[in-house]
Ligand binder design. Structure first.
Ligand SMILES: [Zn+2]
Length: 367
């Protein structure tokens, strides 16, 4: 599974100090690394948001006449899209990393929420849990950087003339991310048995059942039932609104952590040149943002503390603000740069500027 050409050292003095201090934090506070009752409540709140939006779309979209029903379908569809993105970021993501709970079965259930939302949690485990989390921002291995031919995200990627406008056209294109992922990428990855340079085994048993069942249930609730209740036109519009809101949200949150001017990138050959300090690599390639924004932190499931998440993926995101302080202090002591953009607006501008620089054909930021 691992890429043998790129080596990491996760037992450097910096990594060990981080681990030791975080262990001490959990010992001193007596808290568990999982999310506990607060995560159960959070999950219930976001599911209730999704159900309310869904019921609103089906009820008002069906009963209201004229343009009112179309507006209701679009508004509730967008709301459902934001709720599904919230479930992905705050519930499934922790579950997939075994961080939602101390109990394995609960983590599996939380991880499988992704299948209800449309994507395979089995494929995600390899694509995100292994590849993205180990080979972060290493072009050619980290599949999350691959937006070819539409965009050039990293300095060692090929440049095309059309990329000159990517800082403008990529924002709406992000809206198609989830539809492409659910309808195409999952199947093509499994058919080829590969994600980028990594092999992925075909799922069997329970994994296969969850994958097939998840796809069927997803398309039933998100597309088929709305079409049956609202008619073909409104049903398709509902799915489009849901899909666009979810795709833009997930893409932008990901991009603000990794595809910004403050983040570093490496080509595969550069990464192979020397053994890399795992913790320092994660901090160089990942940027936190808007850490003081409590509502945003709640909604994005701590993914605005993504540098902390990359260092401690098995800890519930509810602990990230506390862990960020430990990471910041330890990094300063060891002379490692820990990057955080304080405002959401500044992080958005940084992603815009990065897209523009990469689109101009500039080769910058090689680590
Ligand atoms: Zn993750």
């Amino acid at each position: 599974m691992e890429d043998p050409r790129i080596r990491f050292d996760s037992r450097t003095a910096f990594s060990l100090a981080l681990k030791h201090r975080v262990d001490a934090y959990f010992q001193a506070t007596g808290r568990s690394r999982g999310g506990g009752a607060r995560m159960m409540l959070k999950t219930a709140v976001i599911f209730a948001w999704l159900f309310a939006g869904y019921a609103g779309a089906l009820a008002l979209g069906g009963f209201l006449g004229g343009s009112g029903s179309w507006i209701a379908v679009i508004a509730f569809g967008l709301s459902c899209g934001l709720a599904t993105a919230g479930l992905g970021m705050a519930v499934q993501h922790d579950g997939g990393h075994l961080a939602y709970s101390e109990r394995r079965g609960i983590n599996k259930a939380a991880a499988s929420v992704l299948d209800l939302l449309g994507a395979s949690s089995y494929v995600w485990r390899v694509k995100h849990g292994v590849i993205h989390h180990t080979y972060t921002n290493i072009e050619g291995v980290d599949d999350d950087l691959d937006a070819a031919p539409f965009a050039r995200m990293a300095p060692s990627q090929k440049h095309h003339r059309a990329h000159r406008f990517q800082h403008l056209y990529m924002w709406p294109l992000y809206g198609f991310l989830t539809a492409k992922w659910f309808l195409f990428d999952d199947f093509s990855n499994l058919a080829r048995g590969r994600i980028g340079t990594h092999r992925i085994r075909r799922p069997r048993g329970l994994d296969l059942g969850i994958l097939v069942g998840g796809k069927i249930v997803h398309f039933a609730w998100a597309l088929l039932i709305p079409i049956l209740v609202l008619g073909l036109g409104k049903g398709l519009v509902f799915y489009a609104a849901l899909s666009v809101a979810c795709g833009v949200t997930l893409s932008v949150v990901f991009q603000l952590a990794h595809c910004v001017e403050e983040a570093e990138f490496a080509s595969t050959s550069e990464a192979q040149a020397q053994t890399r300090d795992f913790a320092a690599h994660q901090l160089a390639t990942t940027v936190d943002f808007a850490r003081g924004n409590k509502l945003l932190s709640w909604y994005v499931g701590g993914l605005n503390f993504q540098a902390v998440h990359h260092l401690f993926p098995r800890v519930s995101h509810l602990h990230y603000p506390a862990l960020a302080k430990i990471v910041e202090q330890t990094a300063a002591e060891f002379g490692v740069r820990y990057r955080a953009t304080e405002k959401l607006r500044a992080a958005l501008r940084s992603h815009y500027r990065w897209l523009r620089r990469m689109g101009s054909g500039e080769a910058v930021g090689l680590a």
